[in-house]
Ligand binder design. Structure first.
Ligand code: EPU
Length: 360
């Protein structure tokens, strides 16, 4: 069995600021903060927490990766663990695939670049998504026609209660649109320590997403040869980077957490009703004959794009992104989100669900 006392306990910082650790730049604090760079350290911290609690309730835990999908609406009265576990290892390969095991603390975009350099294909559409590898499965990150689950093999996680490691395969993760078991039944029960990807040795580019298609069509009008052959994964990667940079604010420059709301899914009937009332309504068919509406379009049509209220606002080029240039509190951001939700409900009869994790 594990001998917790022999493991290195990382430094515990009391009353630590989390402002530089969340991409919304919200000025919240944590009762304790520790940076964890190995599974052993993680177990040591969890054992310390148990010991400190004695017979009482242990401190609540927040695992932070890049802090790019959280809204800290209050100071956190517990222990924040900055997961900094590194490592990229090929653990298996066959003629068609490589299985790459990656530490949860690795930066997502750097992983995508690494895969491009070594010709492990599949993740190119997910370029420039802020955040860490360990956070990516929790919300099944997705962009431009690809989702993490398309190239996912399994993950390792440590159970908070027992300190034991458990593996979750793809089925066990119950991936959905911006969803997984770690947002549902297993919420706050595990800390992800590594993710194993199953990547292709031969490229299979995905470039049917409207914005991507449009980008390549425009390039071909400008004399580039898209249309003759599918673009290379490198060109898809460059295109995704270029589209993202033109529409989405860089969190290092303008604090944000990407899309603030999920795209709502409605029935065919609701969609047709809305279409009759709102010309140009944007929606894409998804499973069970339902339609996923572009929340950005709804918010934009309702007049919110570019809106600014004190220190918070709605991005000028993408209405799905709330921005926090004045480093306002999480509560202030949620207030604006609520106004937008109420307005969209009133104008379109559609409920917008907040996408990032809220701590309050
Ligand atoms: N649109 C507008 N006005 C806006 C924003 C969007 O009219 O202000 C329209 C666009 O013209 C387009 C449609 O809405 O016709 C969809 O816009 P876009 O392609 O930019 O994608 P999205 O649905 O707004 C989703 C993801 C993004 C991801 C992009 C590309 C969600 C919640 N968001 O955004 O993910 O990058 O598709 O695949 O699914 C994130 O999760 O943080 C994120 C940025």
């Amino acid at each position: 069995m594990d001998n917790h006392s022999a493991m290195p306990l990382p430094t515990m910082m009391p009353s630590a600021s989390l402002q530089s650790l969340n991409t919304l730049a919200v000025p919240a604090t944590a009762a304790f903060l520790a940076r964890v760079s190995s599974v052993e350290q993680l177990r040591a911290v969890l054992a310390w927490r148990k010991q400190e609690a004695g017979q009482g309730d242990p401190l609540p835990i927040m695992a932070l990766g890049g802090g790019s999908n959280v809204v800290l609406a209050a100071d956190f009265p517990g222990l924040v663990l900055q997961i900094d576990i590194q490592g990229r290892d090929i653990i298996a390969e066959d003629d068609d695939y490589v299985w790459l095991k990656v530490g949860a603390g690795e930066n997502w975009h750097q992983l995508v670049e690494f895969c491009m350099n070594f010709h492990y294909w599949g993740l190119e559409n997910l370029a420039l998504i802020p955040g860490s590898v360990g956070a990516a499965p929790i919300q099944n990150i997705g962009a431009y026609g690809v989702e993490l689950c398309d190239y996912f093999s399994e993950l390792s996680a440590v159970e908070i209660k027992s300190g034991l490691s458990v593996n979750f395969d793809k089925t066990a993760c119950r991936f959905g649109y911006r969803d997984s078991i770690f947002k549902q039944q297993m919420k706050d029960r595990y800390i992800i320590t590594s993710v194993t990807f199953k990547l292709r040795k031969e490229p299979a580019v995905v470039c049917e997403y409207p914005a991507l298609k449009q980008f390549f069509e425009q390039q071909s009008e400008e004399g580039l040869e898209y249309g003759v052959e599918p673009p290379s994964p490198h060109r898809v990667f460059d295109a995704v980077c270029s589209i993202r940079q033109s529409k989405l604010p860089d969190p290092d420059v303008i604090p944000n957490v990407g899309s603030f709301f999920k795209n709502p899914v409605v029935t065919q009937e609701q969609y047709q009703n809305l279409q009759q009332q709102h010309e140009g309504l944007v929606g894409y068919p998804v499973e069970n004959g339902q339609i996923k509406l572009a929340a950005g379009w709804l918010i934009d049509q309702a007049g919110w794009r570019g809106y600014q209220q004190n220190s918070v606002g709605v991005h000028k080029d993408q209405a799905l992104v709330l921005v926090n240039p004045g480093h306002a509190s999480g509560a202030e951001i949620l207030l604006l989100a609520k106004k937008i939700q109420d307005d969209i409900k009133a104008k379109f009869g559609v409920v917008l669900e907040v996408e990032p994790r809220i701590y309050q």
